[in-house]
Design a protein around this ligand. Structure first.
Ligand code: ADP
Ligand code: MG
Length: 354
């Protein structure tokens, strides 16, 4: 017995030490969430990193901030960065050759302009400026005159007509200015995620004003994301994402003014020169943020009848739109992903669109 006791003593002690070590290890590895916020591209950007050493996570998030601020300058249509200089050169007349960095993003937005049948078109810059939606801090209180809108519209030329990808040149187009506002945030989010991955981050969300891309998971559960209710305060739907997915929403509530009972907002229909009509919000779930961002803008412009055709042209199957009547149209693939938090409301109409 004594012999046994002598063996059992150190054996038990070893177990006890092991148990303590396991608990300490478990505590030390208790997943932490690092959050980092900054303002860029006219919006609050939040980087959330899960289960990564906090100091490293914060360093990675700071790099994301630097990236966003750099892109904000480079893609500002009216500042002195590459896009601003391109627009100044276009205004002065003559064709303009674009540097490779800017050419790559113009080329991608050109592809989306084509695929969306012109509903998305970054060549709307002069119209956006005419309406005064270029400066989020100074939204006007009335529309420009119909004559100035007509003049700007006549001068506008669709991007695919003036962009030559083989020479990276924008053709002479007096009156045309390029505005990447419907796409830049998405492209920046994609680049931010790549940057985090280079830092070894596997679980994160980069959220730019409610538009986001998520990678990995939040520990043992997916990331939970809310879609804003376009008119009332609060959340319209909840989406769970894991792996690598982007959720973007465009709506008529971001930059707008109201006059005589009508709402004028910042997404312009390149065919009419006026704010798009019929849809008050569009949510797209896609693999990459740039596509999701541009697609939301394109579908807002396409309107309640034409959006499904444009969505399939863009290769999207997860879309939810809210009509100005309150009707929600949703694709089956999207319906499987979201929980509509207003589903209990009897006045709510939800239409599944194949
Ligand atoms: P937000 O940036 O508020 O999320 P969007 O992604 O829909 O909204 O982008 C709207 C911005 O896109 C406008 O502020 C303007 O700069 C630009 N824009 C407006 N209309 C169009 C259009 N038809 N095609 C491409 N860009 C557009
Ligand atoms: Mg957009």
């Amino acid at each position: 017995m004594t012999g046994h006791g002598l063996v059992a003593g150190p054996f038990r002690l070893r177990w006890a030490i092991c148990a303590v070590l396991l608990i300490v290890a478990a505590c030390a590895r208790d997943p932490v969430e690092t959050r980092y916020r900054f303002t860029a591209m006219g919006t609050l950007v939040e980087v959330t990193i899960f289960d990564h050493p906090p100091l490293e996570a914060e360093a990675a998030a700071r790099d994301v901030e630097t990236l966003f601020l750099d892109l904000q300058h480079r893609w500002d249509p009216w500042d002195d960065g590459p896009l601003g200089r391109l627009n100044q050169a276009l205004a002065a007349g003559g064709s303009v050759q674009v540097d490779p960095g800017l050419a790559a993003i113009i080329d991608r937005s050109n592809d989306i302009a084509r695929a969306s049948g012109g509903a998305f078109d970054p060549a709307v810059g002069s119209l956006v400026k005419l309406w005064g939606f270029d400066d989020a801090a100074n939204i006007p209180d009335r529309p420009p005159s119909s004559m100035t809108i007509r003049t700007a519209l006549e001068a506008m030329q669709p991007l695919p007509g003036i962009w030559d990808p083989s020479t990276a040149t924008v053709a002479t187009a007096p009156g045309v200015a390029i505005d990447l506002g419907g796409f830049a945030k998405g492209e920046a989010v994609d680049r931010a995620i790549s940057l985090l991955q280079e830092h070894g981050v596997a679980n994160a969300i980069v959220n730019a004003g409610g538009d986001l891309r998520a990678i990995g998971r939040r520990g043992n559960r997916p990331w939970r994301i809310g879609v804003r209710e376009p008119r009332l305060e609060g959340v319209l739907a909840a989406i769970e994402v894991s792996g690598d997915q982007s959720v973007f929403t465009s709506g008529d509530y971001e930059r707008f003014f109201e006059l005589e009972g009508r709402r004028y907002h910042h997404i312009l229909d390149p065919r009419t020169g006026y704010p798009s009509q019929g849809l008050i919000s569009v949510t797209v779930l896609a693999d990459n943020a740039a596509t999701a961002d541009a697609a939301c803008t394109a579908l807002m412009v396409s309107g309640p009848e034409r959006w499904p055709g444009v969505a399939s042209g863009l290769g999207l199957d997860k879309v939810m739109v809210v009509e100005d009547t309150g009707v929600i149209q949703i694709t089956p693939a999207m319906h499987g992903k979201v929980r509509l938090l207003r589903e209990d409301r009897p006045d709510l109409q939800i239409r599944e669109i194949p």
